[in-house]
Each structure stands twice: as structure tokens, then as C-alpha cells.
Design a protein around this ligand. Structure first.
Ligand code: PMP
Length: 295
């Protein structure tokens, strides 16, 4: 699904067949999840292939590397250019881009590596959470304590928490998990941010225990441009009672409706909510982007 015998990846300065890209058995990243990544989308627009918010994604990749002292030898511009080149070499226009900064060095010591490696892969990926409104459940697993890890960095190891929570939710018949923070407030999903709508306003968790998603920020901007009030504040699951709608946002998921959270069923069908209006505006923006031209 992700690659075939014709697929090329970028690995440490070279475009090579995906089938030949390997990582040694003693790589520090493999053993300890000490790596950082991004999830980016390119769209086929009237102006050609355009990577949405390339600068923001690659600045976040740099931030994540700095947060865990992982060397990254490529500038934002170089990363953007490699992305476009990799898309072209794989004949992809609408696609997902996955840069991974990692440490291939054999290094079993618990200290930051002194050299870094870069893998970039691209593949065609449908919306990550599908297009049917989701049935969420509050996870028994919390988001990682922000005093234990740099939570705003997209560190590979943090995703053990995401996989555990998502698998647990699915094992109980739900579509996805909703994770609380260490104080019992709603944080986010395993790979997407969460918003709800009540009394004509939107609410979403503030910075603290979340990845402040680039899609989340785009949706907040689109909402405020249209005069919709967005409240970034802490809230507990009990506040979802009486909410009219909810949705999740992420680069891979885009904007996806939420039908319910455990026994709370949102009163309006997603199509009639602010989330659906914003989803349409988001699609128009990413598919027609003129201002997001990079490189
Ligand atoms: N939260 C988490 C934990 C994520 O993994 C993601 C996906 N990167 C998001 C939120 C959404 O972030 P973005 O909109 O930047 O893709």
C-alpha cells in the first residue's frame, strides 16, 4: 500500500528505491523511538502541485529536532525542494509526505545522538479517519505529561501513547479515542485535534498537553475570518453535554465530523454544523491554494 518496486524515497542525500532503504539493527531510533517526524499533504491545485503549509511543517520539524537535540542538516527550503522533487519522481500530486529525522548510528546509550539522518517518503493516502462522522470514546490513557516530554514536538516515541489509546478504543468498538490531559481536561485525539460547537461558538483545548496542529490553526483562522468565536480553553468531558457538534482536525484526517463521545450524542447532524462549513472552506483552501506556494 505504501510503496511498490517503483517507489523512490529520499535517504541521506540520495533518491533510492524504497525497497533498498534500510536502517541498521542497532539504530538508536529503532530501540528508543528517538526520532521526529512530520505529516504533510500536497494537493493537485489549479496552480500545479502545491504542498500545504510546507514552511510551517518544516519549521515544526526543526523545532522538534531542537527540542530533543537531534541534528538536522537540511534547511526549511531544502526540505521543501526535496519534497517537491520526491513527489515528481514518484508521479504523485495529491499525496502525503512523511519526513523522518532519525538516528541510524549504533548507539544504545541514553544520550542524544551527535549525527542525524533523514528519510522522506511519499504515498497516496485517503483521509486518515475516513469521511463518516466518528464515534469517539474517552480513553483510559492520558496524553503524555508535558513535564515528562516536550509535548509540542512531534517525537516518534510519543506515538506509542497514540497507538495504545487508538487500539484500546477500537477494541471497545469505537472509531477513535479522545485523550484527556493530566488534569482530566480534554486534550486531543491520537493523531488529530478536537473541537466542539456549543451556542454557536467553537471550543478547543489550548496549548499545554496537545500538539498545536497546523490544521487546527488553519481552522481557527478560517473560523475567525468568518466571524465565528473560537474559545481556546480547558474543558472537561462533562461540558460536551448539550453540544451541537464536534469535529477533529489533522493533516492526514483533514476535517472530520464527530457523531458522539461515549454516551454524548451531538444534537445536529455534522452537515448542519459549523464544522461542516469550515471543512468546506478548508477543502477549498488546500485544493485551490495560491498563497501557499513555497520554494
Ligand atoms: N495531534 C496529534 C497528536 C497529531 O499527531 C496530529 C497530526 N500531526 C495533530 C494533532 C494534528 O496536527 P496537524 O494539523 O499539524 O497535522
Amino acid at each position: 500500500m505504501y510503496f511498490d518496486s517503483n517507489t523512490l524515497v529520499f535517504l541521506d542525500g540520495e533518491f533510492i528505491p524504497a525497497e533498498q532503504a534500510t536502517c541498521g539493527a542497532y539504530a538508536q531510533s529503532l530501540h528508543y523511538g528517538y526520532a521526529v517526524f512530520e505529516g504533510i499533504r500536497a494537493y493537485n491545485t489549479p496552480h500545479g502541485t502545491r504542498i500545504f503549509k510546507a514552511r510551517e511543517h518544516y519549521e515544526r520539524l526543526h523545532y522538534s529536532c531542537r527540542a530533543i537535540s537531534l541534528p538536522l542538516d537540511y534547511s526549511v527550503e531544502e526540505l521543501t525542494n526535496i519534497s517537491y522533487e520526491l513527489l515528481a519522481k514518484n508521479n504523485l500530486t495529491d499525496a502525503y509526505i512523511r519526513p523522518l529525522a532519525f538516528a541510524a548510528t549504533p548507539h544504545m546509550t541514553l544520550t542524544a545522538p551527535t549525527t542525524g539522518n533523514l528519510l522522506m517518503a511519499v504515498w497516496k493516502w485517503d483521509r486518515y479517519l475516513g469521511s463518516q462522522s466518528l464515534r469517539l470514546t474517552v480513553s483510559p490513557y492520558e496524553r503524555p505529561n508535558p513535564k515528562a516530554v516536550p509535548i509540542e514536538a512531534k517525537v516518534s516515541g510519543h506515538y506509542a501513547n497514540s497507538i495504545i489509546a487508538s487500539s484500546e478504543a477500537k477494541s471497545r468498538g469505537f472509531d477513535e479515542a479522545l485523550l484527556l490531559d493530566l488534569n482530566g481536561c480534554v486534550a486531543e485525539g491520537p493523531g488529530a485535534n478536537f473541537f466542539f460547537e456549543k451556542n454557536g461558538e467553537l471550543f478547543t483545548a489550548p496549548a499545554g498537553s496537545i500538539l498545536r496542529g497546523i490544521t487546527r490553526n488553519t481552522i481557527i483562522d478560517l473560523a475567525r475570518e468568518t466571524g465565528i468565536t473560537v474559545n481556546e480553553r480547558f474543558f472537561r468531558p462533562a461540558e460536551l453535554q448539550g453540544a451541537t457538534g464536534a469535529f477533529m482536525t489533522g493533516t492526514a484526517a483533514e476535517v472530520i465530523g464527530v457523531a458522539s463521545v461515549d454516551d454524548v450524542v451531538f444534537t445536529k447532524p455534522f452537515e448542519q454544523t459549523l464544522g461542516a462549513q469550515l471543512a468546506a472552506r478548508y477543502t477549498a483552501l488546500v485544493q485551490g491554494q495560491a498563497e501557499a506556494v513555497e520554494a
